[in-house]
Design a protein. Structure first.
Length: 244
């Protein structure tokens, strides 16, 4: 009987050892390759966002996101500094092939997905032109289109600013107006936000003693859209209007 009792007690002790929950000291920390994987943070994707091809300007305060895929989840984000530089670390799972880098547009730059295999790279409107980037990629300079058109209307003869003229931005493909504003006291105007890059600029100065017309390639006003020259987005300088 004593022998049977000893056997039963031994079996009970063995079962208790197998089912015991490991304590912090008994479980310990991961070792070897598992420890290194747990401790290593993904290397950041870096770059510098700029805009305006004629006068390179830093795109400051712009949100940069890492995306898992088209319409996918955000797996990292940051904001560009005063020089347009960014360093964004992935916080979600690593997508197959790498992460998409998305620029969130604002009143200064147009948004989109970064594409290109070498610097400079460009912010693309569609995912079809995007690239996936591995952790640690240095993108270098990334160009974004401005999301505004800015300039100054002046008298063609005297170069005096023309205040109160109406400036219309029209889509080049169908001449639909996509933005309008009155020039300020110093003749300046800024239309935003705009999406795209093919526009015509129309100036209506009739209410302030100047002509109505479209901006030509020499920045003079011409009467018909057929004679117009596409207005680039960004800073376009002076537009010259004749007095009536």
């Amino acid at each position: 009987m004593k022998r049977l009792l000893v056997v039963l007690l031994g079996l009970a002790a063995a079962l208790a050892a197998l089912t015991a929950v490991p304590t912090a000291s008994s479980a310990g920390a991961p070792t070897g390759s598992s420890a290194r994987a747990a401790q290593a943070a993904p290397a950041p994707i870096t770059g510098r966002l700029v805009y305006d091809f004629d006068d390179v300007r830093a795109a400051a305060g712009v949100r940069i996101e890492l995306r898992s895929g088209p319409g996918g989840s955000i797996i990292g984000s940051t904001t560009t500094d005063s020089e347009g530089r960014f360093s964004v670390v992935r916080t979600g799972p690593l997508p197959a092939g790498g992460s998409y880098v998305r620029v969130v547009g604002n009143n200064w730059v147009q948004g989109g997905i970064v594409g290109g295999d070498s610097s400079p790279r460009y912010v693309q409107a569609a995912f079809a032109y995007a690239r996936r980037y591995a952790d640690g990629t240095a993108l270098g300079r990334v160009w974004a289109l401005p999301s505004f058109v800015r300039g100054q209307v002046v008298d063609a003869a005297t170069l005096a600013p023309v205040a109160g003229a109406r400036v219309n931005l029209r889509r080049a493909s169908d001449n639909v107006r996509v933005g309008t504003v009155l020039t300020a006291s110093n003749g300046t105007f800024r239309i935003y936000p705009v999406d795209g890059e093919d526009f015509n600029l129309q100036v209506n100065g009739l209410a302030v003693g100047h002509e109505l017309g479209y901006r030509a390639c020499n920045a003079q006003l011409v009467p018909t859209i057929g004679e117009a020259c596409g207005a680039p987005v960004g800073y376009i300088g002076r537009v010259y209007a004749d007095a009536l």
